[in-house]
Design a protein around this ligand. Structure first.
Ligand SMILES: [Mn+2]
Length: 269
């Protein structure tokens, strides 16, 4: 667990800098045994790093975070980056792309984030998808919001595949996972989920992914591909309700459980 509450370019509802802390607090209130996956991921070991020092400039933040994440990857650990705004995914995916050949990136998100620049900044959170696509072939899942210019730009890209939340067909998890390279970095903007189950995000959008669909997708992904790192971003805790951080903590636990079940078992055997 690498907490980083960076919040440099948030444009709407601020507060994601408190996301990592609240997620970690909420994680002490949920069962550590994952009933659905059938494992207790602490068996393989989970370490929570101290929160990364927050820097003002996105470039500096990403460089600092990247240096930390490379160390985790070189130590054969699975980094789960806890944000903070989605911009920090660029650090996670860059480190993974340097460490692993034939990487693919999965971005779960309500927003394509495919602007080349926003407010004059290439590292604005609204440009994350575009930056990720510069690192490796990108698959976007749960998308339901983009500008017309992003729509046109995405149509011309052979290396980016978009699965909108409203057009998932019968066997969609297998369809998505079968098209991925062998090694995958997973970037989760929590607004990819439906706001009815996770309202605490900076830019909520209706019509998102349900808990059961996310659960199914992650199971198929981890059982058929080598997932080497992930981030969970944009948790923006809501005063008076622990729902969002509790659901986010559950997702963090699920990623650990699936890693423990498939990846670590494979590595041992
Ligand atoms: Mn988003």
């Amino acid at each position: 667990m690498v907490p980083c509450g960076y919040e440099g370019t948030t444009t709407f509802y601020a507060g994601t800098r408190f996301g990592p802390r609240r997620l970690l607090e909420a994680s002490s209130e949920i069962e550590l045994f994952d009933l659905e996956v059938g494992v207790a991921p602490f068996d393989i070991g989970i370490v929570t790093r101290p929160e990364i020092e927050l820097l003002d400039r996105a470039e500096d933040m990403i460089a600092l975070l990247h240096a930390h994440l490379i160390q985790e990857l070189l130590g054969n650990r699975f980094p789960l980056l806890l944000g903070g705004e989605h911009t920090i995914a660029v650090a996670g995916a860059t480190a993974a792309a340097e460490r692993f050949k034939d990487l693919g990136i999965v971005q779960i998100d309500a927003h394509a984030d495919f602007r080349d620049t926003y407010h004059g900044n290439k590292l604005n959170h609204a440009c994350v998808g575009r930056r990720l696509a510069e690192l490796a072939p990108l698959t976007q899942l749960g998308i339901r919001s983009m500008s017309r210019a992003e729509h046109i730009a995405l149509k011309s890209r052979q290396d980016v595949t978009v699965f909108p939340a409203y057009s998932l067909t019968a066997d969609w998890p297998r369809q998505i996972v079968d098209a991925l390279p062998e090694t995958v970095y997973l970037s989760v903007d929590l607004d990819g989920l439906d706001p009815s189950i996770l309202p605490g995000v900076g830019n909520p959008e209706p019509g998102g992914i349900t808990w059961n669909d996310l659960s199914l997708f992650l199971e198929v992904l981890f059982s058929h591909r080598r997932v080497v790192g992930a981030d969970l971003c944009e948790l923006c805790p809501q005063p008076g309700s622990p729902v969002s951080e509790s659901v986010a903590a559950r997702i963090a636990l699920r990623i650990c459980s699936l890693y423990a079940k498939y990846v670590a078992a494979h590595r041992r055997g």
